[in-house]
Structures are given as C-alpha cells and as structure tokens.
Design a protein. Sequence first.
Lengths: 296, 369, 169, 285, 692
Amino acid sequence: MNHSSAEQLQQVAASALAVGSVKLVIGHAAGAAGDRAAACFVDSDDNVGRLTIASPGVATNLAVYATRPEISHLSPIAVVADPPTLRALVGLLQEGQVEADRLRVIALWPQTAEVSQSPSDSADDDAGAWKVSGSVQTMEQVLASHEWVAHGQWTAAAQADDLVERLLKMSDAERWQFWSAEFARCSRCYACRASCPLCYCRRCVAEKNQPQWIDTSATPRGNFAWNVIRAFHLAGRCIDCGACERACPQGLPLGALNEFLRRTVAEKFDYRAGLEVDSTPPLADFRTDDPEEFIR
Amino acid sequence: MTPLTLKIDRLGDLLAKMAAAGFRIVAPVASAESDTSATAPRPRQAVRFAVVGPQDYARVDLTATPAAEGIKRFFLPQSEAVVRMRQNEGQSAQVSDISPDAPPTIIFGARPCDAAALPVLDRVFSWDSDDRSWSHRRQQTLVITIACQSSDAACFCTSIGGAPDSTAGSDALLVPQDDGTMQVRLVGERGEKLRQFFDADDAGSAAPREDATTGDSGKAGQVTVVPPRFDISGVRSWIENNFDDKLWDQAALACLGCGACTYGCPTCHCFDLVDEGTEQSSLRRRNWDSCQFRNFTEHASGHNPRPWQTQRYRQRIAHKFAYFPERFGTTLCTGCGRCVRVCPAGVSLLEIVGRIAAKGKIEEGRADG
Amino acid sequence: MSERFEPRIVAFVCTWCTYAGADLAGTSRYVYPPNVRLIRVPCTGRVDASFILKAFESGADGVLVSGCHPGDCHYTSGNLHARRRWNVFRELLRFVGIGDDRLAFSWVSAAEGRKFADLVCDLTERVRAAGPFDGYGRMSYIAEALAAECGQQGPAESPDDRDGREGRA
Amino acid sequence: MDNHYLPMMAEIREIVDQTHDVRTLRLRLKSADDIESFRWQAGQFGLFSAFGEGESTFCIGNPPTRPGHIEITFKQAGRVTSALRQLDVGDTIGVRGPYGNAFPIDDVFRGRDVVFVGGGIGIAPVRAVYLNCLDRRDEFGRLMIIGGARTADDFPFLDETCALAGAGHEVTVGVTIDPGRESSNWPHRVGLVPDVLREMVEQASPAVNTAEAVAIVCGPPVMIKFTLPVLHSLGFADERVYTTLENRMKCGIGKCGRCNVGSRYVCKDGPVFTAAELHRLPNDL
Amino acid sequence: MARIGVFVCWCGENIGRMVDCPAVAAAARDMSQVVHAEDYKYMCSDPGQQRLIDAIRQKHLTGVVVASCSPRMHEPTFRAAAEAAGLNQFMVEMANLREHCSWVHDDRQEATAKSIDLVRMMVAKVRRNERLSPIRVPITDRALVIGGGIAGIQAALDIADSGHEVVLVERSPSIGGHMSQLSETFPTLDCSQCILTPRMVEVARHPRIRLMTCTELQDVEGYVGNFSVTLETRARYVDLERCTGCGACLEVCPVKNVPGEFDESLATRGAIYRPFPQAVPNKPVIDPQCCLRHKAAGRKGISAAESNVCGKCAEVCPIPGKAIDFGDAPSTVVENFGAIVVATGFDVRPVSDFPEYGGGRFADVITGLQFERLLSASGPTEGQVRRVSDGRPARRVVLVACAGSRDAAKGCAYCSKICCMYSSKHAMLFRHKCHDGQATVFYMDLRAAGKGYDEFTRRAAEEDGVSYVRGRVSRVYRRGDSLVVCGVDTLLGRKVEVEADLVVLATAAVPQKDVRQLAQKLGVSYDSHGWLSEAHPKLRPVETATAGVFLAGACQGPRDIPEAVAQAGGAAAKAMVLLSKRMLDREPIVARIDERACDLCGTCIKVCPVGAIEAQPSGSRPVRQVAFVNEGLCIGCGTCVASCRSKAPDLAGFTDQQLYRSILATADGTIAAAAGGNGQPSAKGDAGEAGR
C-alpha cells in the first residue's frame, strides 16, 4: 500500500532521532497551501509524522539545506534524498561544502522507471513509487550500494531534450531571438540560484560590485549576462535535478541551458556531475588532448 | 444611472475602442511561448500582463486566478532609469532628469487583490513627499478589474479585509454574470472616464443593484467565495510582542532567501538605486529589490543588521502585518496568495500568518481575561 | 549602408605569446585593419567568461581570445584551463545565439607575427560580413548612451517591452 | 513634480586625508540657488554620488554655524567610497539632501551639560554637533568631548580634537586608543571608550550634572553597545542620550524600504535617535 | 585621487608618420582625470624620460600612460623613470602605438583614432592601478645539480667554489657520466679519464658539495629561491661511511657474468661491483637484480637481511661490523634549494634501432660509445681493438656517421653534432693502434666547426690515412666471417662495398629516456624529442622558462665537452647570481583572495599551476577555512581569478577593476564621438552607428 513508504520513512527517521544517531532530519512535508512541498526539519522523533515523500516535480532539492548556516551546529544531519538529491550531496562533498562526517541520508530509490513529475499529483499518490532505505546511511554506504549503481543517474527533471534539439536546429540568429525573449522575462528574483544546491556561493558573482560584472538591473543586458553566467557556473556541476527551472516564477526554460551544457561536458570531457566524490569538476581540470578544433 | 455591461465576445471591440481613444492597453495574455518551457504543466507563468495590440486581443485571458505576474510593474517598473549622468571628455560631469515614460494606459482585467495594493502603496509613495514616477503613472493609468470567479487554496483576500469583488484600487470592476456577460461597476470620478467605452445594459436592467463597496454580490454574479483563513485582529500585537519568538526560526528555516515572493507581491515596493554605464555615460536606475536578499541591508564594511534568514523573513512578515500598519494604518498585504504560489521552497505566508493569528488570538484572550 | 561597416573587435591576449606575436607583426610591418583593440592579460587563464560578455555589452561586434599554443604556456597550464573554459563557454554562447562569426579563439605564439596579422584580417572580414551585432548592440552601453542623448529611456526600457515579442508599445 | 533622485552638482574644493583610509571632502554646490536652499542642521545627512558608481550616505560634517560649503568624511569601504577617493579637487560629485532629522540643539541641548562620545569614523557626526555647540559656546553648560579609535593611525580629526582643549573653549577633551595598540610616543589616553568615558565623567570637576545632561554617542555598533549602559549607570537619562544610526539607505526620502527599523524610517525619523527610542525599536540594528 | 599624465611618443618617424601624436595628446588631455598630456619625439631618450620625471614631480601625477612602443620593450625604462620621480613603478602603463598601431596600419586617420582609443583604455586602466611593492622572498642559499656528468660536475664545482652549498645528485652509483667512458677526446686527444678524474675527486672532497649517488629526483615543489625537492636514494647495500673500497668483496662474489654498464656490456661484472676503477665514490655497490642472496630472499618474500644465502661479500669484508648491509633500504629526503641546475645529459640510440645496419643481429656492429671502450686502455680489451664476436683483432673498421641523425624518418631530424668529430677521432685512434688497419668513415657532411676541429679531421684523412666516403650506408650484411658495408659514394656517384671487422655506428644522441617526467616535475618545457628548452635561444640559453632552473650540458641538445663545460659554467653563474642575493625581488603580480567571498570550493587550488594556493584559517571571524595564496609561490597567471565563480581572488596588476575599465573604455570612444566630443574622427561614428 502506498502509505507504507512514507510510514517507513517516518520509522527510519524516528529511530535514528530516538537513539541520537542523527540530530536533524531534513525531509519534505506536504505543502500547506499552493502545490509545492515544503522542506521540513525534524529534530525529534515526536515530529516525524510530518515527513512525507514529495513528488519530485513539485519539490525543491533538499540538498540545498545541507549547507545552511542555521543548522551548522547540528551534527550529524540526515537528508531524505532521492537520486538527484544524492548527486547534489556528492557535488557538495566533492567541493568541500559539507563534511562527510556530518552528513547522513535516508535514501529514496525509485521503484518504477517513471515516477510522476506532475505537480497535480498529491504527495501521497506518489509515495508508492519509492523504496525507502532501511536505515540512515552515510554517503559512503549509499555510494557503494547496488541501488546507487542502478538508480544513481535517475532524474525527476523534466526532459529538456526536445527543446534542446529544437534549438540546435535553429540558426544563431533564431537562437538569439529565442533566448533574448526568454531572458527578457527574468525578474532577477534569483529563485533559480536560491533553490540550486550547487549555487552555494556566499557572495554570488552577481553581487560582486567592484566591478559589477553582471548588471543587477532586470534589463535585457543584465538578464542576459546573469542567465548565461549562471548556466556557465554550473557547467560540469549541474546534477540535473531541475530545481532551478521549477523555482523560476517566470517559467524560463533553464533546464534547456543546463541540459545543453551537460551534453557538452559529457561529449567533450566524458564527465557527468554528481557521481563521484573524488572526481575533479571538469572546469577545474584539463587534459592535454582536450578538444581544440575551434581554436585557430 | 443605466447599468453598464460587457459582452465577453465584444471584448476585442472594447479594447479597440480604448486604444482608439489613445490608451495603451495592458491585459493578461496567455503566453505565446508557454510551450517552450520544458516542464509541461506550468500554470504559474501561463498568463502575464503585457501591453497588447489588436493582434493580441484574442489571447487576452481573463480566467486565471491572480496571474503569474501582477500589475505592479506598470506603476513601479522593475527597472527604470531615473537620472542620466554624462561625463563629456574635457568637461565636468553633468546630470539630467529622465522623466517617467508613461502614456495614458488602461490596465484591463486586473484582479481585485492586485488593484487593492495601489491605494496601499499610494500611502508610502506620497507620504512626506510625492514620488514623481509612481504618482505620474497612477494618474495616467486606469485600472479595470474583474471579480474572481475562482480561487485556490492560496487565496486569502477575505482574511485581510478584501474580497474577490472588491473595488479598492479599481476604477471599474467587472462582475461576471450567469449569462456570460460582465456587469460593469464604475468607481468614482476616474471610473466615469471609462463610461464611454461600455454599453448600457438594456437587457439586464432587472439585475439587482448592490453596493459596490461590499463584497457581498454572490447572488448576482459568479463570484467565488474565498473562505476566511485567519483572524487578523491579533496578528499585529503578537508580532510586536514576540520579536524573538522561536516561530520565526522555524518559519524561516525552509526559506531559501530568494526574491520570488517579494517580486510577485503586489505590495512589496522596496527598491534599489544603482548606477550602470561607462566612464562617460551612465544611468542611475531604480530597480526592485528584496528584503529577503542577504545583501539588502549589508553595509560596505561587512556589517549586516540582518545577516540571518530568520531576521529577514521576520522583517518581511513584520513589515507587512505590524510596522506598515503602525505607520500607515493598513496592512501591506492584499491576500493575493501569489507569494505562496511562487515560493520554490513551499513556504507559505498564509500558513505562518495563520499560526501567528492563532497565537495572537490566544494572547488577546489572555489579555482580556 | 553606403559606407563600409567597420566592426569593433575586442581581443584578450596573453602577454607572453599573442601580445608578443602582435609585436612581431608590427616589427615585421604586416599591415592589418585597425578594428581590433587588444587588452593584455598575463595568460588566457586570466580571461573570465564575464570579460567576453562585458566586451559585447560595451558594443563589440566581435571578440577574440588568443594565447600560447598548448605546451608553450609561460605558466605551464593556464592556456589549457582556458581551453577547457572556452570549450564550454563557446558552446554555451553558440547555444544562446552568439556564433563563431562573433567570437574567435586562437593560439598565436611570439613567433607568429604573420599569423597574428592574418588572424586580424580574417576576423575583421568575418565580423564585417556578419554585420553590426544588433542583438547585443541594442542592449549595449553605447545604445543606452545614444538613447539617453535623445532624452529617452534606453531601448527595451519601459516595462511593457520586457516581454520582448509580446510587447508592442 | 520634482525628480527627487536628481542630485545637485557640487565641486570638490578641498581634500583632507584624515587617516590612510578616511578622507574629508569639502564641497561647494555649483548653483547659487542650491547654495541658497541648502539649509541643514547638525545630524542631518546627504546622499553623495560618484557618478557611474552610485550614491552613499554621509552625515553633513560641518555645522550650520560654518556654512558656505558641505563637508563629508568617509572611510573607504565599498564601491562608492572607493570611487569618491578617485576624485580630485575640481571634480564634480552629486549631492542630495539635507535629509533626516537633527540633534535637538535648541530644544534640548541648550542650557545643559553635553558629553560627546565618538569612536573611529563615528567622530565625524559627533564633531558636527560639538563644533556647532562650540560656535555657540555660551548657550551650554559643561562640554566634554571623548574621541576614541583603535590606533593612532585610525584616528580622524585627531590633531583638531586635541587642539580644541587649548583653544579657550572651556571644553574637556579626552582622546583614547585601544589598549595594546599604542606606540611609546602616544601622549594621550589608552583605554576603551566606555572606560574612559566613565573615568572622565566621574572625575570631572565641577561634576557633570548627568541627570540633566545630554550625551551623544556615535561609533561602531560594538562601542555603542558598551557605552550606553555606562551612560545609564552614570545617571544619564535615556531620553537625553543620542546616537545616529548608520543603516544602509538608497532613497533617503522614506520610500525604498531599506533603512527601516520596525516602523521607523531611519532616513526620515532618524538618523538621530535617543537611547530611549532605540530601546523601543525592534532589536534589528 | 587620480592625476594621470599621458606621454605620447613619436618614436621619431616610427609613430609620428602614421599617428597624429599632437592630436592624441590633445584628446588625452580631455580624458577623465588626465591632468597632463604631451607628445615628444623620443620619450625613451634621456630628455624624454626627464620630461616624464618633471611632469610627475610638478603635477603630482599619480599615474602615467606612456603611449609609445611595446611594453615588452620599454616598460622597465619608464618604470624606472617613474621611480626616479618618486612614483611607484606599477603606476605606469603603456599604450602600444608603434607595434600595434603605426607599424601595422596605413591610414593616418584611422591609426590616430585607434591610438586615442588605446590611450583611453590605458588611462581607464591606470586610474585603477595600485601602488605595489616587489615581493621579497628569502632565498635558500643552496643549489641542486641534477646529473653527475662533466656538465653537472663543472656546475657543482663552480657554484661550490663561489661559496654556496651544492647537492649533486647522480642516479648511477658513480659520477663521471659519459665522459668517464671515453678513451681520448677530440681534437687534442688527451686522455678523458686523466682530465676528468681530478674533477670528480674534487667534487667528492669539496666541503660545500654533498654528493648523492644512486639518487633520483622524485618531486619538486616551490618556486625560484625556495624549491623543496624530494630526493629518493636507492639502496646500495654497501655502507659508504664504513667501506674503505678495499675490493675484497669483489673477488668473492660468485656472480661473474653481469653485462657491465660502464663497458657498455662489452665486459661483465659481479653482483657486487665497483662501477669503474676511478669511480667516485670509489666503493662497491650490490645489484639486487643479480645478487644471489637478494634473489633468494625475493623468492621467499623475505628481506635480504633475513636470508642466509651466499653472503660471501659480507663474510670477506674486513671492516669490523661489516660495510655490507643487506638490510639497506631506499630513503627519501626533502631538501630545500634556491636554484636548480639540470645536467642530465644524453644517451645514444642502441644499435638495435638500426636493423638495416645489422644492429642487434651482428655482434660486431657496435655504437661509438662501445668503440670508445674498446679503444680505452682501461677498457675490456685494454685498448686493443678486437672484434666483439670472436675477440680477434680488428683490422678493418667502418665508421658510420649520422646513424639516425638528420633523419626525420628515424625520428631524429636534428644533427647530433658530435658524431663527425668522434668518428674521425675513432678512425684516427684505430689507425694509431693498428698501423696496417683500414678505417673508413661514411658521412653525409663532415661538420667540423670548432676550434681545431677542421684541422683534426683533415689530419685524420691526410696524415692518418682514414678514408672518408661521402654517402649513406644502405645496408650491412655478413660475408664469411666479415661484415660488408654497402653504400653509395655520392661524390663519385657509385656504389661502394667495404669489408669490415667492426662497424661502428655513430648512433644519434637522444635525451635520457625519462627526462620528460623530470622536466614536468621541474616545470621545464622540452621539444618534441625531449631536449629541454631554454628560455630564449639567443639571449637566455642556460635559463628555462621556470625561474631558478638552469640547464647545463647535453640535456638541452647534443654538444661536445667544451660546450658542455662552458654552458655548465654559465648555468653555475646564473645560479650564483641568484644565490648571492639574500632576498629575491619578485614582480608583485600575484593573486590575493578576498576571504569574505571564499567558500573554499577548491577550484583555485586545483587550477593553480604551481600549488601556491592552500586552505588556511580565515583572518576574520568567525574563523573558517578559506583559500590563501602564498605570494612567494604565486606566479601571477590569474587562472584562479577567472576560475573562481564568486570572484574571490583578484590579480594585482591585472585586477578585475583594471580590466573591466579597459573593456568599458572601448565603448567610450563611440560615445564621445556621438556626443560630438573628441574621440574617433573616423567615419565609424556615423556609418557604424547609423547601421545600429
């Protein structure tokens, strides 16, 4: 029965909190209003009843909370993590943003190939699609598991392939037309940045003002620079969770930028982000035989 | 006075008439590019307000519960040049005024909760001194709202003293009728300027009259019912007395510190002034800003009065429900619920103010008892 | 347009190779068109993606980044990191509509004066053929300054225009 | 209707370096009308533009008793102050103001003992007031000025402040630097500002009538935090202890929402607040 | 407050002809914060520099733009002038109006407009320049010399003689290198050992030289003045302190048949052996690959010390407590050095690379180096030239120069330089030993450029009866018990066949096979063959692009002994110049990190080519780990700056502000032109803008 997944999650969390093996569980609770699932922070086994399994299509990536200073005094913390969240945590470990000792996860593994992404589905409908790991695990344990091998690359992000393909068929001028119209809508609310677990910079480049490389005004100029640089800074780091695009109140197709860069990095450097803690992010690395056919 | 009506199939004619009278028309339109976004169902951005021309009339969509983006930016543009600075080589620096670019405009099809924000913001933009740009745009712009036929779980206008058919801030209110027509209620002197565009309601003279100022018009039109979500009466005093309450920490923990709520909010009006340009020519721009951003209050020295999200989140709620009411006598919120809908983290102002209201009720009770 | 379009090109060159190559082009008196403005940096590794965007924002019709051949880098690997960066950033810019007729990369060594001169000739012609970069030009500081000169808000300034295609003021 | 954001133009007439990173600019408004209309009181501030970089808020550093120019003193910290440091005599900067409230010199200070406490760059706003009072010396009781800085090299207006004592003003002056930072030839006090304040007030002869006296405290937040309790314990009334808040501002005219503390607009209701008012504000400074 | 001076140089006609210099100066005068602008015929001349100095003083300039030639030419000149006037040298920028403008354009109007733009960009930059001071780093007064051949020996002695400490590292058990293998040297025919051995002994005795044999460089960190080098010493199994070199052990070793390295496998040695009679240190060494005890221990998986196999050498060792130490183990030390001299030398290609010449198939086809051993009085044949195959005296010797050299198909397009001379020497020496013998030299061109060299080859042909055949050898085959060398005499245009007892191939000189790894550790670049690259082929022939690393001898390319020695002296002198300073002034073009913006994501640490960035506790509270640049190590490439997403690092001299302003200044020319101010007088403003 569907509710069993959520119940199992609650049991795992409750027992870990009860024995004190984790001090905080970060999971999802049903959204109070609106269609978004809200993050929920459970620090005692009394409150585990709020935990639920949210449809990834309406939820933010919980890894974004692992770097929050407000909870830095709590250790260890456990994050309820589906594969994209796990990949984000791998990225954070890789870049030293969270200590492995402090981090535990309750892994959620997709049971079926297709987990609903539709925001119209309620969280409960979705719960049956997930298998909850039997206990709180370290990332090391998770990354050594056969589930990780099987599902590590699973994503809930809407597939941007169609749009990428469509754009690739266009001329430069048409692509320019498309993107400048999209970027023009950007309101610079930075919801994309805030909801991205890898956008953890304490001072975003958009806020560096001496000099101001990226104009802060929501004008075509500033918006173009912001969206291009945001995407570039995630090249080789984006773990394909789709949180940025889901967050954007203006509906910018950020996923297409990310997907395109993911392809580029995979093709050119044979790299996929979020899979190995010990790998070097491709833009912090080079090979002597990197492609250079475009360099004269 | 003859009641006015609008037949929805004559909408194009109406807009054309207004345009012919020299008005720029702003209306909610379904985005032509909604299919570009990769995520298939994306109700939040489907309908947006935009300047429309005849070719767009067919796309005007009056059905969406508060559109993804409100009408605030037509009064307080997201980015607006206010001063131009010029440094000609060999001369000393000069500045010149840039006047607000605001042709006579009719905003058609706004929601009452968006319009209700206008008189609220009038207070801040005209207290002590008049903000030229705001005032000018207010003068130039007539707002025609449409009473809501539907609402969702995020709507809470009625808890703030508004209503799905409130006329606050509107120059005219359209009330959808059972027969598919819209009853037109003109509001005040400014509303009278719109009379010329509407037809007299010959057929529907039997329609009952209501007092346009009350929200109780459900019988006549297809106006939705927004149930009360909380009792606001104890909110302000609870906030004033519980600055350090744990609730703020709990509420803010999930908040990611983006500006989606403030930019969507019809009443949030904080802005930034920035210079952009080259050595020789630059513009000083007034841009939306958000109290939720970490650097909003940060000094150049690094000192920050509100370094934590808890403090910033509290500031937003307290400003809306305590500080602004104290200063200007009205809540800085219209209950549109847009902040709830857009929050990427699922943080609900409605829920949190609801909790505050409940606590406030208890404290009030205690004080009384 | 009766007069020939003279493109504006900004080039970021490393001091050890391409800047020296340009010096050699000068010493060798190779004549090339005057459309390129060189900005000297220690190494192509220093060239940030933002530099390229800022050059376009400043009204450049084309941008060039040029440094040492792989293996020649004075700092051993700065150019190799740069190459990685451009592998990605060039693709990204192409994806958003800034193609190879606007953005070029090259390796020019201190010994390649001829190559530098040819490169500039070539690039100038290529950008000239592509015409003024209206797309970026409209949102450049130059366009804004010229609009303000006429007392207007900048192009695409008023809120209704933010919608791009939807806006028709 | 006016564009409130359009600055007046002023020319830099004089540049004085106070410390390695603190600089004073003397400005003169270019238009005669502007000079005529620019009337201010001690405690008010203006918004000063470095064109192309932005505006920054500084108190007007010269008292209205010394008109004819506008003086600002600032420490290099961010984008605007860095740009202002680039400017030279003869260059143009933008000025908006005067904005904000002022110290109630006529209403409250007159006839009372006044203690001035300034720390670091906070000496600048205090100085505007004590110069004002010194220029009208007869109207006040005892005047006591306490200036502090981390080191001698960080001490703006050091020589001027020291010279006040001997200038026949009947004023007590104490300057101090933080313990452990003094060089052997530092001839003045060493100690934290609150301690020096206590010592000077307690040892003052004739005694300061603290119950009726006025105190003005400006400086870094931590100094203010530790000075207010000392003043309180010395018998100063919170209603007559003044400070200026340094919140970030953008518009300066009560619109932009940045400087808000509780329901107060620091730019309109401040920047001058009494300790009593501060206690009533939310702890959000 | 910026007060900028602009100085426009005519460079005589060089700039003045194509650029309207007074117009450029006039335009500059109007630029923001420019308080002085002038043009002058030759800014770099004494009066020109004086004008700059006077203007700095009189107008209190805070920044200077010299619009003249390339900064690569005169930046030091104008920086020095600025310093002389009391202005920090890093407040000087140069606009390159000559190489980048007047010399490459042919339209005066356009060139002038471009010049104004270039000046504007530099004015914009210099306004953001900061006063910088050279970074002073203490120097470790100690040099490392890698390689104990003649070049390394010479460099070590020169440096040590000048009073600096030297560590000389040699990977084989003895120093001496290839020179110690030679019989006589051209063109004087003096005995190689006789002139080399005293130098080797001097090394061993020198109080300031520490010799480390059996030692290789494992890792290098740090930078000029402060290299930190990890050195690994292999086990020798003979305690150098205790061993007196008596040689008793050598007699008893039951292993006798190991091909000896020193004799190029023409003789055998034991498992414990002395590298060669004059070796330094002159002590035996055990080759664990051949030693019975080591092999037995290896099979059992125990250490040689635990084994009880053989051990004869130890038994016979007369030293109380024994000098043989089967328990010896490799050791690693980290040493600090201020300078490094690389003298790793060369190798010759093996004959097996030349199957067409019978190499590898016929024992009597040997390399020149092997022939040296045959000629040497201390060699396996005690100086008698005998056939390798059967030991019979050789009467007919064919010497093939250019075996592989100057032959791109063989992978060595270069000339090995020494072959012509040593082949002549070989022929001559052979003829001296075997008066009735026949010596034939096949050559492509006889390259004998050098003092006394041509005379030497002439003497070989004319006095010593060496026959020279100009032409290539096509193949070598066996006929009976002789070899037949087939070739073409290109002078006579006919095929020739020469019978030979020995065929000596002057195989191409090649770099040591693992020199690339060494070069990478040192940050020294190398060419496609592996020869190490000098910083500048003309003007900096012994320096490398990595400051503080110098080249001596044949690691840089084939060369003969006098060249190697001279170059070693040059490298030593460069090292001494460096070590003789207590402190090193480095250009302050280094990165620094704004720790407030740093998240320690590690990108900068990963991209830094010299490992100059590491995590450290922050200086501000709350204390956390942040990236920190070690100024002494940073080489100022700026890769970290551009790689950092939050732009926490910046690069002094090329700061974000400076570059940002330079970029934006490219727009200001157009804006100025549009405003009708000065700026570009070209048609661009009109035509270009109208099109926009």
